[in-house]
Design a protein around this ligand. Structure first.
Ligand code: AQP
Length: 328
């Protein structure tokens, strides 16, 4: 059997360049060597309050982004998580295998729960278990993710190993795949925190749909330092982050970028970076808008993907139910 790669993104807002570099682009590449699954994790999104109409739009928008970025529905099973109920059913079973202490250690839970002023939902706490179920249902071998999701894939491995030990070989143990560059794009207004689509200030991210002038303004305002000089140095997180983005967008190494900007200041570099981003995002935006004009086609594509996913997921769930003793 061909090895399987799987990843998913939350429809929490418009995707940003971190989501593109960290998860979507690696998945486009994975289509060449793996059987691939890419889905919209709408049940992860509702772990924090969402406006229902915006959520519906965000699900369609994420799907349009996948297709525009180069995901091919003939090669990849593209679907919406809530349409395959096996995900939540297996999550319940895995909730009875995962330990409270393991979930309490999740740094994303600690970060996100601090931001919830109206109370922290139980769903936000247990969402890594739903993610484990997303992965384990498909006998996934590799999970291309950004750095922030590594801990959740490691939890998935621990839960799967515990289940296999208790009930006999059932789940494939998945590996996180973190690309060397682009796995942790930092916020423009605070380069010590990761770029996030639910950030309070839109100045912190470049969304995939930002207009050229918005991109120019955001990059111009990006936090750097007072040292000057376009040199890659992790101790200078603002400049390092902008160089990382430049390197990903223009496909040039840090050394090439450094050579290009010897003796130049942040102003020239930032203005070139903004233009490079405009150049690369403009055709992507045209593709996304093209897909969004055809909502019916997106809905149909997601339904077809869900049918394909369900075929695999239902078999795995039946196997799990048999193992735990609830199949009569
Ligand atoms: N800053 C980032 N750099 C590189 N990769 C990133 N990813 C997220 N942020 C960065 C990767 O994108 C995929 C989808 O992430 P998600 O939608 O499941 O949610 P997230 O990880 O919590 O990402 P966000 O953008 O910060 O969303 P919100 O604000 O809604 O929580 C994952 O592979 C992730 O690693």
């Amino acid at each position: 059997m061909q090895s399987r790669a799987l990843t998913a993104l939350q429809p929490t807002n418009i995707l940003h360049i971190g989501n593109l570099f960290g998860a979507l682009q690696p998945m486009v590449g994975a289509q060449k060597e793996h059987e691939t699954f890419l889905f919209v994790v709408d049940y992860h999104a509702i772990t924090v309050p969402q406006d229902p109409e915006k959520l519906r739009q965000a699900i369609l928008f994420a799907t349009a982004c996948y297709l525009a970025a180069g995901m091919d529905p003939n090669k990849t099973t593209i679907f919406q998580q809530s349409m395959v109920s096996e995900h939540t059913e297996l999550a319940w079973i895995l909730n009875c295998v995962a330990h409270m202490g393991e979930l309490e250690r999740m740094t994303q839970f600690k970060d996100k729960s601090k931001k919830q002023k109206d109370g922290v939902t139980v769903g936000l706490f247990t969402y890594p278990v739903l993610m484990a179920s997303d992965i384990l249902l498909y006998d996934t071998n590799v999970v291309p993710v950004g750095e922030d999701q590594k801990q959740h894939v490691e939890l998935t491995r621990d839960v799967a190993e515990r289940f296999n030990k208790r009930f006999g070989e059932t789940f494939v143990i998945p590996k996180p795949v973190i690309r060397e560059h682009g796995a942790r794009i930092m916020a423009l207004d605070d380069p010590t925190s990761k770029m996030s689509k639910s950030a309070e200030s839109a100045k912190s991210y470049i969304s995939l749909m930002d207009e050229p002038d918005v991109i120019r303004k955001k990059i111009k305002g990006a936090v750097t330092d007072t040292e000057g000089g376009i040199v890659y140095d992790e101790k200078r997180p603002g400049v390092a982050n902008l160089m990382e983005i430049m390197s990903l967008v223009t496909k040039r190494s840090f050394a090439e970028i450094e050579n290009n900007y010897v003796g130049q200041g942040y102003g020239d570099f930032k203005s070139d970076l903004a233009e490079a981003l405009v150049l690369s995002l403009t055709p992507l935006q045209a593709e996304i808008n093209g897909w969004l004009k055809n909502e019916d086609e997106l809905v149909k594509l997601l339904a077809n993907g869900a049918d394909r996913a369900r075929e695999i997921a239902s078999k795995k769930l039946a196997q799990v139910k048999e193992k735990i003793g609830v199949s009569l």
